[in-house]
Design a protein around this ligand. Structure first.
Ligand code: KG4
Ligand code: ZN
Length: 345
């Protein structure tokens, strides 16, 4: 089964062709056109600009994905079995560009179309690798710029959200911290790189930030207070500009420790077999290292996505589509609608 996936939920225009014949997913092409350079000066994604850029990029990106997969346009109908596209959650105007393009292509090529939840896509970034280690029930820590969730996955397409952020997402917290510290956008990679400079000094950090809701007794998160705590600390510290790596180190530690502590508590309560990481923040090397250590300590199988499938891409959307197609879970293209607050069910 060969699937063409399309992703435009935020600021990446992406298309990918995957081949699921034989049971294991092989990525034939994975094209991502990022708008980071355009949104950098605003310290975040400007929705109208993002949508306009998607309109310019979507067809060249799809063409490149087909070309790289070795599929000529006249062969599409014969070689591709289905299309899959992100239908939400995300920025409404950005999502519409991908959805309308996918619907048009599904109609023109007479191919089935599968609507995919973006979070489900992030989770399926983990199923591109040989999935032998993934045993259900799996607990997924999904951490991105828009979402922070703990999801219980009982089988393919069977999701139960057991906790989520009450305010900012983990990635958003990194982005806001970077803005406070004048480091640029997106914040996650820069905060992480700057924190590593402090680690190299071998010093012990004297800065202490809170671990929000760590003992709340539920599986929800809250990161907006952490950003405010950082703001108050630097306002009171005349020397903060000389201690930016130390602030980054403590901020990263606070986010990672909070995420892992809640994940481990949930893993024990729900008696799961695999701990899985997903979403853009799962590119964070400290989170990846400590997540693996936590799995080993809990004696659970561990699944961490390959770096190229952490931040937004379309291979993960195609992979999720492949599992829908295996269950024959198609929606007629006329019924596929955008839902910017789509829940994972
Ligand atoms: O999944 P993603 O590409 O987009 C959304 O669905 O939101 O995630 C983007 C988020 C951004 O907030 C970015 O700062 C964060 O992921 N991120 C990281 C790292 N790389 C990306 N956060 C921490 N450490 C990183 N290395
Ligand atoms: Zn994402």
């Amino acid at each position: 089964m060969i699937i063409l996936g399309i992703e435009t939920s935020c600021d990446e225009t992406a298309a990918s062709v995957i081949d699921g014949r034989g049971g294991a997913i092989k990525v034939l092409s994975n094209v991502v056109s990022s708008q980071i350079e355009i949104h950098k000066k605003y310290y975040g994604v400007v929705p109208e600009i993002a949508a306009r850029e998607h309109i310019l990029n979507i067809l060249p990106v799809i063409n490149e994905a087909l070309e790289k997969a070795g599929i000529k346009k006249e062969e599409v109908q014969k070689r591709i079995d289905a299309l899959s596209v992100t239908i939400g959650p995300g920025l409404i105007t950005s999502l519409i560009v991908g959805i309308e393009t996918a619907k048009t292509l599904a109609y023109a090529w007479n191919l089935p179309l599968i609507g995919i939840n973006h979070i489900e896509g992030h989770i399926y970034g983990n199923f591109i690798k040989p999935e032998s280690k993934i045993k259900f029930p799996t607990l997924v820590l999904t951490v991105s710029g828009g979402h922070t969730m703990l999801v219980l996955m009982k089988g393919h397409g069977k999701f139960q959200t057991i906790g989520e952020t009450r305010d900012d997402a983990a990635g958003e917290a990194f982005d806001k911290a970077a803005k406070l510290l004048n480091l640029g956008y997106p914040g996650g990679p820069i905060v992480s790189k700057t924190a590593a400079e402090f680690v190299k000094t071998g010093k012990k950090s004297a800065i202490v930030l809170p671990r929000p809701m760590i003992n709340s007794g539920d599986f929800d998160f809250s990161f907006s207070g952490l950003k405010t705590a950082l703001l108050y600390k630097i306002q009171k510290d005349k020397d903060w500009q000389n201690k930016i790596p130390e602030y980054c180190y403590e901020f990263e530690r606070a986010v990672v420790e909070t995420l892992i502590s809640k994940t481990v508590k949930a893993a024990r309560k729900y008696k799961i077999k695999t701990m899985m990481l997903a979403g853009g923040v799962s590119a964070n090397s400290v989170l990846r290292r400590d997540f693996l250590a936590a799995c080993l300590k809990e004696n659970l199988a561990c699944q961490i996505p390959p770096p190229e499938y952490t931040t937004d891409n379309a291979a993960m959307i195609a992979a999720a589509g492949y599992w829908h197609a295996r269950r024959k879970d198609f929606t007629p293209w006329k019924k596929i609608k955008v839902d910017c607050n789509l829940e994972l069910k």
